[in-house]
Design a protein around this ligand. Structure first.
Ligand code: NAP
Length: 246
């Protein structure tokens, strides 16, 4: 790293954008990044919920901003890139956390599969592409794709998906993992790292009340990957510091 890079890094407070940040893991990831002195932009598809979440973190003394961002809407993605460019001129961290599990009882229609891919794969990909110039402007851009062990071909084919082995969620998270690998490959030689996180089974609206982990523990993997040092990995799939099989 050059002296110029070090000076830029010291001069600027880091800026992070977290999608699906109005509740659950996204909100907690925002809180933990904010507590590290990072400016956090909380994206949510409902503007009122984005504002409420950002205000809650502001009331805790964090530098939090709200952004209406439905990751399946091209206009919202374009507006998000323009918002970050105008307000900050750089993006250090993008956490593609927003996600859906639409699989219900497991009888997944083609239309439902399409919706899962829109939210869990195409949205994160489109948002990352839109943010790349801003991430490249950072002294160390970090992209975290919030995946799941249920996106691991290895673990699912070993029978470790249990009742969660349903077509829409698993295949969309597997595709998101491949996006991680491909983007990491494409960005080799730049300062941007792209990694997939498995948060664990976490008590949220999606994870349900029986999950063993609370959100504070569940947020740790994404926060760790969002704040990786320059010699950290890119193109990896991690849970609490351990590498998962693809
Ligand atoms: P959650 O409480 O249901 O939160 C999901 C978040 O994603 C909500 O903020 C939701 O917004 C948002 N979202 C959904 N579709 C969106 C869209 N099109 N645009 C923008 N935001 C959208 O679930 P969570 O447990 O915190 O999950 C967060 C991430 O972790 C997901 O990607 C999930 O797959 C992953 N994950 C969770 C677990 C777990 O055990 N909880 C395990 C593995 C992976 P609304 O409030 O508007 O619906």
């Amino acid at each position: 790293m050059s002296l110029f890079d070090i000076m830029i890094g010291m001069a600027q407070k880091k800026v992070a954008l977290i999608t699906g940040a109005n509740k659950g893991l996204g909100f907690e990831i925002s809180r933990q990044l904010g507590a590290k002195g990072i400016t956090v932009i909380l994206g949510a598809r409902d503007e009122t919920k984005a504002n409420a979440a950002a205000q809650k973190l502001q009331s805790e003394g964090l530098d939090a901003h709200a952004l209406k961002l439905d990751v399946t809407k091209a206009d919202d993605i374009a507006n998000a890139a323009e918002f970050v460019k105008q307000k900050f001129g750089v993006l250090d961290i993008l956490v593609n956390n927003a996600g859906v599990n639409l699989d219900g009882n497991g009888d997944v229609s083609a239309d439902s599969l399409r919706q899962s891919f829109e939210a869990n794969v195409i949205g994160p990909y489109a948002l990352t592409k839109a943010m790349l110039p801003l991430l490249k402007a950072s002294p160390g851009g970090r992209v975290v794709n919030q995946s799941s062990m249920l996106g691991s071909l290895t673990l699912i084919s070993n029978g470790q998906g249990g009742n969660w082995t349903t077509a829409g969620y698993t295949s969309s998270k597997a595709a998101l993992n491949m996006i991680t690998v491909v983007l990491a490959h494409e960005l080799k030689g730049t300062r941007v790292k792209v990694n997939s996180a498995h948060p664990g089974w976490v008590r949220t609206d999606m994870g349900g009340a029986n999950a063993p982990l609370d959100v504070a523990e569940g947020a740790k993997t994404a926060v760790g990957l969002a704040t990786l040092p320059d010699d950290g990995p890119s193109g990896s799939f991690m849970h609490l510091g351990k590498t998962l099989p693809w």
